[in-house]
Design a protein around this ligand. Structure first.
Ligand code: WT7
Length: 651
């Protein structure tokens, strides 16, 4: 008989002894952070170096119609100075970034804080030469190379606001983001090697820029040295411009509430929105969570496998770790190239202590077999982390047993692009963990479970509902770029007086939290967040498509897959070719991550008499769960449901 796995996992004595935060300290600090947020965050504000120290701490209103969020509002600072310059005296020769290239045969780079300083200053000077200054927007569309981090920090240094667009996004998606924030400059590279293939970034950028104002310049970093088209009027060669660039640069003095970056993310309706994070509070929060959640200690080697195109890369590859003077690994490749051992080889090679990745990667690697892990020496690992979607207990247990050798606490960190940093996670030296549970709120975070219908707070344990947060924290987003109304409507209107997360959650009998997934029309595919509305609008933009409805369905590796119901225009005939064409079409409209997994031809969609598509029913059919279709009596034509069920596509 196989022994039943334990339902909770306790950290080792050794781990607890050395941890920044143990159980007693968590209780004291958490209580203090809720009872006296001003006092708690005043103290934490000292984590960063201020040019002009703040006197105000918190200035927040969650009142719908009047939402305003400010932290440390009269302080001034510079993020790049905090992530680079202030470490020079003590750890100038320490490695700041270990860069691991896509191809393991190519050499890794160890970039010291001194090197980082020089590179960031150079790039800051180049940006200024190109006319970029305080408040200007710069779009970064780059491979995972050190220059991507330099670009972020150089923007922060001159006071420009960066907006990173994941290199897997299409030219159209890139163009929308360049135009959405009126960027002055796009920083890209010739090509992005990933998994042995090359994405033609510069060519994509050209295609995007053809839809943008002529004044937008394009700064090109050489990664592969491959031949790329060149337009003298627009394109600037980084290697040439940086040659003579000054090696020092005076960082701009920024207000705590000046925007640091914009990052577009998907919502339940409309096109992606530009989430705005500001300078002081964001840095305090990213730095505190990086240190405490991962129990980062001086000298550790820390690796977050995300891409800087997502918020995880912002907070936990670049800003959090570098603010703490950490050694952070930046990986250009993918988990399965050259083979499924790559992550573990990199851990062995760089003696990684903390490893942070996504459930989708864990599931994919788990499926390849244990030998890929077991042939590597993972004895340096002390802590494992996961992020991006709920992790199923099987994957959690495999991660714990096979990767962590049963000795590494797993932090299942729940947060969002909007939150800037972790809102719920076990603290590794303080909490016993449960496979699949995000466990406890971070300092200053007061989660509440609400009844979705009444909006009333559900108190007590062993309850389920929608997840809201009672009060603000310094890392919270401040607004939607150019659309503060949309910010208020999205997050503060459904449940008045709270921040609405869009997630459902359960508080179990012990008071621990389990995220149950989105309660809106956002799906999570391989940890990538997507609005079903975006995929729908891409589909209906195709000449043959009359109408489309998109839902998520459970997928073994990706967490959720993309299931599309498509109604063709009169006279169009369904075919395998058309199916393929629509897939390619969506990939080119949004990017490969939005590739439909399933397309079902739907002669009609289930609608109410007022014309609203009943997605609940479509979700059930996609999930292959017809028993639970619920009430269909309000449908204008209930027979469409029978047709959809009869012709359900295999998933
Ligand atoms: C959504 C946010 C935050 C970094 C990556 C994703 C889901 C995130 C977890 C977790 C269960 C999670 C939520 C959330 N999510 N982390 N540990 N357990 N669900 O950021 O793209 O803004 O997506 O991802 O549904 O709302 P994002």
């Amino acid at each position: 008989m196989t022994p039943t796995p334990p339902s909770t996992y306790t950290p080792t004595e050794d781990f607890v002894q050395n941890a920044h935060v143990d159980a007693a300290k968590y209780d004291v600090l958490y209580a203090a952070s809720i009872e006296d947020p001003e006092g708690f965050w005043r103290e934490q504000g000292k984590r960063v170096d201020w040019i002009k120290p703040f006197t105000q701490v918190k200035d927040v209103s969650y009142d719908f119609g009047n939402v305003g969020i400010k932290w440390y509002a009269d302080g001034t600072l510079n993020v790049a100075a905090n992530c680079v310059d202030r470490h020079l005296a003590k750890r100038g020769d320490q490695t700041a970034i270990i860069w691991e290239p896509d191809d393991p045969k190519d050499p890794a780079q160890h970039i010291t804080y001194k090197d980082l300083h020089t590179s960031v200053c150079k790039m800051a000077n180049v940006l200024e030469t190109l006319g970029v200054s305080k408040g200007d927007r710069v779009v970064i569309y780059m491979p995972m190379i050190p220059e991507a981090a330099y670009a972020m920090l150089a923007c922060a240094r001159v006071g420009a606001i960066h907006s990173i667009v994941f290199a897997g996004f299409s030219p159209d998606a890139l163009a929308a983001r360049i135009n959405g924030c009126d960027a002055k400059l796009v920083i890209t590279a010739d090509e992005a090697p990933r998994g042995g293939k090359k994405t033609p970034l510069k060519t994509n950028a050209d295609a995007a820029l053809s839809q943008c104002a002529d004044a937008v310049q394009c700064l090109v970093v050489r990664r592969t040295g491959g031949d790329v088209p060149w337009n003298d009027a627009r394109d600037r060669d980084y290697s040439k411009l940086s040659e003579g660039a000054n090696l020092t640069h005076t960082p701009a003095e920024m207000n705590a509430e000046d925007p640091l970056f914009i990052l577009y993310t998907s919502g339940s309706t409309g096109q992606p929105k530009g989430v705005v994070h500001t300078t002081g509070g964001y840095l305090v929060y990213a730095s505190l969570t990086q240190e405490v959640t991962f129990d980062y200690h001086d000298g550790d080697v820390y690796w977050c496998t995300a891409d800087v195109g997502w918020v995880t890369g912002h907070s936990y590859i670049v800003y959090g770790p570098l603010a703490n003077g950490a050694t952070t690994v930046m990986f250009e490749g993918v988990p399965t190239y050259p083979d499924a051992s790559r992550f573990w080889q990199v851990c062995e090679k760089h003696k990684v202590n903390q490893f942070y990745t996504a459930p989708t990667a864990i599931r994919a690697l788990m499926g390849q077999g244990n030998e890929f892990v077991e042939k590597c020496d993972l004895s340096s690992l002390r802590l494992l982390g996961t992020v991006g979607e709920p992790i199923n207990p099987e994957a959690w247990t495999w991660y714990n047993d096979i990767v962590g050798g049963g000795r590494c606490p797993i932090v299942d960190t729940w947060w969002q692009t909007e939150t800037g940093g972790h809102l719920m996670t076990p603290l590794p030296g303080a909490h016993a963990t449960k496979p699949g549970s995000a466990m406890k709120p971070f300092f200053g975070i007061e989660p509440v479970v609400l009844d979705p219908a009444s909006g009333d707070e559900i108190t007590g344990n062993d309850v389920e509902g929608v997840l809201c947060i009672k009060d603000s924290w310094p890392g919270q987003m401040r607004t939607v770029w150019g659309d503060h109304d949309r910010f208020e409507k999205t997050y503060f209107s459904d449940y008045k007086g709270y921040y609405f997360t869009g997630d459902g959650c359960r508080r179990d009998a012990d008071g621990d939290y389990w995220i149950t997934g989105r309660v809106d029309d956002v799906i999570n595919v391989s940890g990538h967040r997507m609005g079903t509305a975006e995929v729908e609008s891409a589909l209906v933009a195709h000449a043959t498509v009359a109408e489309a409805a998109v839902v998520g369905y459970p997928h073994d590796i990706k967490g959720q897959g993309i299931y599309c119901y498509v109604t063709l225009m009169n006279g169009e005939t369904p075919s395998e070719e058309l199916r393929k064409e629509l897939r390619t079409w969506v990939r080119s409209e949004i990017g490969p991550i939005a590739s439909p997994d399933v397309i079902q031809w739907a002669p009609g969609l289930p609608k109410t008499r007022s014309g609203k598509i009943m997605r609940r029913i479509l979700r059930k059919i996609a999930e292959n769960d017809y028993g639970a279709l619920g009430d269909t009596s309000t449908l204008a034509d209930p027979s469409v449901v029978d047709d959809l069920i009869a012709n359900r596509a295999e998933t």
